[in-house]
Write a protein that binds this ligand. Sequence first.
Ligand code: NAD
Length: 471
Amino acid sequence: MSEDSHIEFLLSDALARQRAAFEADPHPSLATRRDRLDRIGRLLKDRGPEICAAVSRDFGHRSVHETTMLEIVPLMGALRHTRSHLRRWMKPERRGRSIEFLQLKNTVQYQPLGVIGVMVPWNYPIFLALGPLIDILAAGNRAIIKPSELVPQTSALLSTLIGAYFAPEEVTVIEGGVDVAAAFSAQPFDHLVFTGSTAVGRKVMAAAAANLTPVTLELGGKSPTIVAPDYSHFSAARDIVFGKLMNAGQTCIAPDYVLVEKGRLEQFVSALQAEIVRCYPSQSSAMHYTGIVGERAHRRLVDGLQECRDRGVRLVTADITLPQAGFAIAPTLVIDPPADCRLMEEEIFGPILPIIPYDTLDDAIAFIRARPRPLTLYLFTGRNETRRKVLESTISGNVTVNGTLLHVAQNDLPFGGVGPSGIGAYHGFDGFKRFSHARGIATVRIFNPARLAMPPYGRLTELLAKFMGRI
Ligand code: NAD
């Protein structure tokens, strides 16, 4: 058997086994769903230290605190939230009816879709595999996960752990490189969740279209940050450094660049420098600062900086002690780079922060509106009028006002992109609905009003048409 047909066999066999199991239990009970969720919780609780160690090896270095706070803790929060609300979410939803249909009862039943494919990027390899899985299992589905080839130790561990806590008919992991990923996206899943770059997202959606498989695409892009003139630049610097340097900027919702009032540019740059050194003092920075995932990603960032240097752009590099292993890059501020440099044209995905000065808030808004709709928008302002103006004149997947990253940890907010930053949102009830079929059910109670409109037509039909056709 050739390598390609072996992969094809593995994928179609896993899908066929899960689909058969799904057909045997197409509407799992609350108890079954809770049991599956509890197993994710146990997996994380029992094997947390192993997960932190594997992720750190794949990144060259990543602090245990970071993996705990950014991968394991939010999953535990999502599990608690989902577990406690699931009974209510599973209940059929009552819907309204118009006056001529008062005899009907209308409900929406949320049905499991079946087998869902989950394609995972490397940057949060546990959170972005198990996060969608929570919503998928809560909605009563089964799942096949394809982790990223760029974090091989974490992917292998995930495969072992899922195998230990789930039957392959419930959840299974299929590892492999880009060839496996491409074959995976071409499987006739009942839904496909892809988290990754916009460029690969296009290929995944094209492959899924051949099967009419619906997709949820969680993509990337350049998330802008506006510091409004009224807001303390010290306070903004503190939150921006936190959001930018977690995972060394390898976060889809990291602030990609910052727009700051021209007159406060120098003060803001100094505040950012001071904040970086406060967060990563020399005695602990090597322990707490994360490496870049691989040589290619490192080269891309170094080249982006070099291009700016060559074009005479001012770079401010923070003097922190980097981890010994892997490919770390020091936090670097890029002051007022040209719009056509690589760092301003592509998602940065590293600890590099362009600072763009603006004359008026309208200029800052126009800068964002001239670019593709981002995954996240950050705004720092204490003024309601500024908040309203920015929110009404921009479109983005999500927003955090006066902080960074916080929206992703809110279990009752939809999380997702818009346009090139993604299709569809999940988390909490929005995730439950995303991975369900909302079946609208109309039930006739005592009298069927359609009987009044049946042939032979006459005066009654005319009166009825007049009444129902009113404006
Ligand atoms: P990527 O697009 O390179 O890879 C993601 C997945 O796609 C991997 O599992 C990979 O195996 C697979 N893949 C690669 N080539 C493929 C192909 N030709 N056909 C099908 N699948 C293929 O992304 P990445 O580098 O792992 O992650 C970084 C990107 O992900 C960034 O753009 C980031 O913004 C984005 N991201 C988005 C979110 C979100 O929630 N919106 C979260 C994390 C990361």
